[in-house]
Design a protein around this ligand. Sequence first.
Ligand code: HAM
Length: 435
Amino acid sequence: MKFRAVTGMNDILPEEARGYQFVEAQFRAAVEAYGFRELRTPIVEELGLFHKSTGETSEVVQKQMFLLAKEGESLALRPEGTPSSARVYIGNKMHGREPITKWFYIGPMFRAERPQRGRYRQFHQAGCELYGDEGPICDAEMIDMLYRFASKLGLSDVKVLLNTLGGPEARVAYRKRLVDYFTPLSDQISEHARERLVDNPLRILDSKDPRDQEASKNAPVLLDCLTDADLAHWEGLKAALDRLGTPYEVDPRLVRGLDYYTRTCFEVVTTSGNIGSQSAVLGGGRYDGMLSSLGGQPTPAIGFAMGIERILLALGDRKYEEPSLCFIAPLGEAAGLPCLELATQLRAAGIWTELDSRGNSLKSMLRRADNMGASVCLVMGEDEAKSGVVQFKNLGKHTQEQIPQSDAVKAVQQALAETTTITGQEPASTSGSQT
Ligand code: HAM
């Protein structure tokens, strides 16, 4: 019997992992420059945490949780990172430790969805959460950071969709207006929308069902229900984005699928690369009510998460270059130990080195060096081993010379530095660089 990966959960092979490393390294660099620091949390949490925060009426909690059966405990694989981050913030009394907390996280999330392109059951998110600042400038700064990040990655056709969901007061008023609007239309909307009419009528607005979309066409917009304070926040956000020149589109129908958002919500969508029809590569917003609803001090909060797989699809068929490599080919038994020693010296100098000690023919070793994309190959036969020299092959320039073994590290360093200037890549870096 052959085992396969679980549907919707993908193995990431080394060449694909380079893409993840590239996006993650770019993300870290971008958000660390804004003062976000890394938070790592377990992938398993108590189920109740998600019920209380992600929300009972969200699709994620209603249909997509992976539950773990454990006697006496109700656990779940995390479908998103925001609830865990809030739990850590409250548990560590961050409120009393610093006025503003900025965290980022990168890791796998789990949602039992029907898998399709860009939608998986295990996927990876890179996200940020910011606590302690309720002002619109903070929202604009985050949205601008994301826009710059997406543009720097080279995504084309990037759109920032922006909306406000108002505070609790506006939501109550809006909810009532939606119920009044949709109730007479209840025989024209989907079964799912009829259920939402009872628990969360806002969600009808982002239904994909054509009947719901048709019925939503003339639905009241939330902007009309905003309080003065909500309105001032919304206007402040737009003014800050205008000042920065960050392009955005106001989308009054953007409600997002999670229950906790208040005021600002946003998505970055693109049709770039292989992503197919317009999809969200990231989404987020303000959730000023979550911390107190989880038993913490009332604390304003805003955050976002981006789907790394979606970013990779949007980046298209790029090749993520492997770091420069030195290949060592010993020929004959006497060359084995001097080559092993040489490999150790090269690695100690930070050079990625592959030693092929199987005793194969030169031809097959050179083929392997080529397949691995090595820049340099050191060949040592029995005679060279005895006389303390080695054949230095520069595979890029197609040159070969004999050099003393004691000069090998320096010579390889020099040759790799030249490769670096050509490709702009760090020779001994662990993060994937991109051509
Ligand atoms: P979300 O919109 O559910 O928000 O997910 C954020 C991003 O994760 C999406 O835009 C998408 O790129 C990616 N994503 C979501 N589900 C999948 C999936 N099944 N397969 C592949 N990619 C997926 C959140 O998760 C919130 N926690 C964001 C947030 C942080 N809001 C405030 N703070």
